[in-house]
Design a binder for this molecule. Structure first.
Ligand code: NDP
Length: 287
C-alpha cells in the first residue's frame, strides 16, 4: 500500500513559514505584504475560492484588499482598475479570479497585470522567465506539486517524470519545473498514441487530465510516485481526482489523496508568491 503524501500538513507548514517571513518583513523592515483580490460577478465556486484566499491572507498576516465587481463590469473598467493597482505602491500582488464573465477577454486581463505583481504566474513574462530559468512567479498548483515532492523526499533529479495534461496553468509549467529540477520529462495529452505505455515508464507520474478517476493501476509502474492534480465532485457529492485512488494506491509507493493532496497547496503557494512579490519589489534578499 502506498504512503500518503499529506498536502494538508505540507500546505500548513508552508503557510506557517510564510507567516514567519511576513512578520519578519513587518517587524524588521516595516513592510506590510498586501494582495489585491478582484472578483467579477457572483459565481458561487469563484466566491468560495476568493473567500479561501482571503482567509489564508488573514492567517499569514498578508493584507487582502478586496474588489467585488458586478457581473456587468466592462473589460475597460476592469483594465483601468488593474492599471491603478499596478501603480499602487501599497499593493504587492494582484489576483483576478478566473473564469471571468464571457464579455471580458481573459488574455487581455492577464497581460495587463504588471509581471512584478503577477502572483498567479499566468502573465506571458512569468511563463517566459520560468522557461529560461529566471526568477519570477510560478503558477501556484505546479509549484505546489514540486513542494509536495521535495518535502516527501522524492528524488526528482534523474527521475523519469511523466506529466499527463498540457494546459497553460498546470501541465506545461509542471513540465518546466520538473526540467528545472533535473527530471527527464515527457508530456502526454489527448493525442498521445499509447498513453498507458508512456505512463508505465514513470518514476514520478503527475496527472492533470481533468477526467474523474481516469488513471487506474494499469497505467502505473510498481513503486511510482503518483501526484493527482484533478478535482471533481461525484454524483454522491464526494470529491475525487483524476486517479482511481483505491486501485493506484496498491501499486504506487507514494500518492496524493483527493481531497487533501494538491488542492491545499495552491493557496499556500499563492501566499508564498505574495511574500516574494513584496521581497522583490523592495529589493530584499531572499530569506
Ligand atoms: P484542462 O482541461 O485545461 O487540460 C486537460 C489536459 O489533459 C489537456 O492537455 C488534454 O489534452 C489532456 N487530456 C484530456 N483527455 C486526455 C486523454 N484521454 N489522454 C491524455 N490526455 C488527455 O485541465 P487543467 O490542466 O486546467 O486541470 C486538470 C485537472 O486539475 C482538472 O481536474 C482540474 O479541476 C484540476 N485542477 C486542480 C487544481 C488544484 O488546485 N488542485 C488547480 C487547477 C486544476 P489536449 O491538450 O490534447 O486537449
Amino acid at each position: 500500500m502506498a504512503d500518503l503524501i499529506d498536502g494538508k500538513k505540507i500546505s500548513q507548514d508552508i503557510k506557517d513559514e510564510v507567516r514567519d517571513k511576513v512578520t519578519w518583513l513587518k517587524e524588521k523592515k516595516n513592510i506590510e505584504v498586501s494582495l489585491a483580490v478582484i472578483l467579477v460577478g457572483n459565481d458561487p465556486a469563484s466566491t468560495v475560492y476568493v473567500n479561501n484566499k482571503k482567509k489564508a491572507c488573514e492567517y499569514t498576516g498578508i493584507k487582502s484588499v478586496s474588489y467585488e465587481l458586478p457581473e456587468e463590469t466592462t473589460e475597460e473598467e476592469l483594465l483601468s482598475l488593474i492599471d491603478k493597482l499596478n501603480e499602487d505602491k501599497t499593493i504587492n500582488g494582484i489576483l483576478v479570479q478566473l473564469p471571468l464573465p464571457k464579455h471580458i477577454n481573459e488574455d487581455s486581463v492577464i497581460k495587463r497585470i504588471s509581471p512584478d505583481k503577477d502572483v498567479d504566474g499566468f502573465h506571458p513574462e512569468s511563463v517566459g522567465r520560468l522557461s529560461i530559468g529566471e526568477r519570477g512567479f510560478v503558477s501556484c498548483t505546479p509549484a505546489g506539486v514540486i513542494q509536495l515532492l521535495k518535502r516527501s523526499h522524492v528524488e526528482i533529479s534523474g527521475a523519469e517524470c511523466i506529466v499527463v495534461g498540457r494546459s497553460n496553468i498546470v501541465g506545461k509549467p509542471m513540465a518546466m519545473l520538473l526540467i528545472r529540477e533535473n527530471g527527464t520529462v515527457t508530456v502526454c495529452h489527448s493525442k498521445t498514441k499509447d498513453l498507458r505505455e508512456v505512463t508505465k515508464r514513470a518514476d514520478i507520474l503527475v496527472v492533470a487530465i481533468g477526467k474523474p478517476e481516469f488513471i487506474d493501476a494499469s497505467y502505473v509502474k510498481e513503486g511510482a510516485v503518483v501526484i493527482d492534480v484533478g478535482i471533481h465532485r461525484k454524483e454522491d457529492k464526494k470529491l475525487c481526482g483524476d486517479v482511481l485512488f483505491n486501485s493506484v494506491s496498491k501499486v504506487a509507493s507514494q500518492i496524493t489523496p483527493v481531497p487533501g493532496g494538491v488542492g491545499p497547496m495552491t493557496i499556500a503557494m499563492l501566499m508564498n508568491n505574495c511574500y516574494e512579490a513584496a521581497e522583490m519589489q523592495n529589493g530584499i534578499e531572499a530569506i
